[in-house]
Design a protein around this ligand. Structure first.
Ligand SMILES: Nc1ncnc2c1ncn2[C@@H]1O[C@H](COP(=O)(O)OP(=O)(O)OP(=O)(O)O)[C@@H](O)[C@H]1O
Ligand SMILES: [Mg+2]
Length: 479
């Protein structure tokens, strides 16, 4: 069992009070008793619906080496035999441990934000950097006020590269998180209408993303999508934050990390890119133009942290989209194989358009159709109807043959498409499910995408169950 933290270091970092006989060290940090491994420290975080203190007994049963609990809840926990570190506030204690982790680390740190592609870029970086040293990266999306400090507190002392995803729903959320992470390289993947309901405009979203530059290490690098319409706003914000090294990635002629050529194939892409003075040729295992853009960010970041760029480029060949983020299945339909693209994890206008373009480039069988199965994009506020109807253009341009829609907001897209393409609309995912399952035919390529809450993963599962796949290509570890 490897040691992550000595109890002594934890007490010192968190200014906690030992209670009981503390072990010498812990092997990990956990906030969830369902995934806690024996020997780990359990932090009793209070979330929106649950309070970790109510799971203290479960943590002990799961083999927690020690509990971190709040002074106020101690009286109710006194009968537990497990040693504890008592603190004023458990989340703040986790942040302190995260700070201590960052202080002790010699790792090169990369932080990723943006309206889409954070997790994808993070997972691609995990692969790309692993040829140059040990990599620590967040699990799943872990990009918020508890996910970021948890990921940082979990970083082993001898890590060479740390990759952090930082997300936001509102202005002001990235700033404190990036100040914990203190990256050497801060990536902005793109700015799009995600959570637009909480902002006045895309410019405001760009300014909120730009908070990531405020936490850069002195002499750190900003790495920004050069093709993004808000490049100027982002660059100015980086300058205002005192960042001296500002780079763009993309196909723009002035991009530091520039795409020279891209060949998009149904199942992969091949690119030539100018990275640090030399031309790099790379195969990207996951198809789609958006993956090319993510790959440019990855290669740029690899260059900036001094990793082996050729190895990084080589690793991208095996990169596959994550579950819910473009993972593919080939279903065994009796009338011929069906390609299913699972994009059920998330959707906003930018990622919807990326996925529609991806579907357009996907091969079908003979007589097969390209089918888009789309659900609501949430959190768009007053822009919702316009952004949903606005997808019609992308769908028609892509030559999609058939569209299945579910969700209240998708009614706007149904109306916009009505005269132009075959559409099946149902108010809910549940009602759409049998219609879709019956409608899919041999040779079709089907792309399923929606905001998570619509439950479109259920549609993917239903199709997988009805026509069990011949083969699946998805990333080994879910991101
Ligand atoms: N560079 C990109 N441009 C546009 N869309 C993208 C890009 N990269 C990925 N996507 C799309 O965005 C979806 C979500 O990708 P990913 O999970 O990487 O984003 P994220 O930013 O981590 O999202 P979240 O905010 O939910 O954590 C993917 O399924 C894909 O459709
Ligand atoms: Mg994510």
């Amino acid at each position: 069992m490897s040691e992550l933290w000595t109890a002594e270091a934890m007490v010192a970092a968190m200014e906690g009070r030992p209670f009981g006989q503390l072990p010498k060290s812990v092997s990990g940090v956990s906030i969830d008793t369902r995934t806690l491994n024996p020997g780990e420290a359990f932090f009793a975080i209070k979330g929106e619906t649950f309070d970790g203190h109510d799971f203290a007994t479960a943590a002990v049963a799961a083999g927690a080496a020690l509990l971190v609990v709040s002074e106020g809840r101690l009286p109710g926990l006194g009968r537990l035999t497990c040693p504890m570190i008592v603190v004023g506030d458990v989340l703040i204690a986790l942040e302190r441990l995260a700070e201590a982790s960052r202080r002790r680390s010699k790792a090169k740190i990369i932080a990723v934000t943006g309206s889409a592609g954070k997790t994808t870029t993070k997972e691609a970086l995990r692969r790309a950097l692993s040829g140059s040293g040990t990599v620590h990266a967040a699990e799943r999306s872990f990009n918020n006020h508890w996910g970021v400090p948890l990921t940082l507190a979990r970083m082993p002392a001898d890590t060479d590269f740390g990759v952090f995803e930082i997300g936001m729903n509102h202005a002001g959320e990235i700033r404190p998180l990036v100040k914990l992470v203190r990256p050497h390289v801060a990536i902005v993947t793109l700015v799009a209408a995600a959570h637009l309901g909480h902002f006045h405009s895309l410019d405001d979203i760009a300014r909120a993303k730009a908070e990531i530059f405020e936490g850069l290490e002195p002499d750190g690098h900003a790495l920004i999508n050069r093709d993004d319409a808000r490049w100027r706003i982002l660059r100015k914000a980086a300058k205002d934050a005192g960042v001296k090294h500002i780079h763009g990635f993309g196909e723009h002629a002035r991009a530091t990390y520039r795409l020279v050529q891209a060949v998009l194939k149904p199942d992969h892409s091949s690119i030539t890119a100018r990275i640090g003075g030399s031309e790099i040729v790379a195969r990207i295992g996951a198809p789609g133009r958006h993956m090319v853009q993510n790959a440019l960010a990855v290669l740029g970041a690899a260059h900036l942290v001094g990793a082996d760029v050729a190895k990084a480029a080589g690793a991208l060949g095996a990169f596959q989209a994550e579950k819910g983020r473009g993972a593919r299945h080939v279903l065994a339909h009796p009338d011929g194989p069906v390609t299913l693209i699972d994009e059920s994890y998330n959707a906003n206008p930018a990622s919807m358009k990326a996925a529609i373009a991806l579907l357009a480039g996907t091969q079908t069988g003979q007589d097969g159709r390209r089918i888009a199965v789309l659900g609501d994009m949430l959190e768009l506020g007053a822009h919702s109807a316009g952004e949903h109807a606005g997808l019609a253009e992308a769908i028609l341009e892509a030559g999609i043959d058939r569209v299945y829609l579910a969700g209240e907001a998708m009614a706007a897209l149904r109306d916009a498409l009505a005269q132009h393409v075959a559409v099946d609309y149902r108010p809910t995912r549940e009602e759409l499910q049998p219609v879709l399952v019956a409608g899919v035919g041999g040779g079709d390529a089907v792309m399923v995408k929606s905001s998570l809450r619509l439950g479109f993963a259920g549609l993917v599962d239903a199709l997988l169950e009805k026509y069990p796949p011949q083969q699946t290509s998805t990333a080994a570890d879910e991101g």
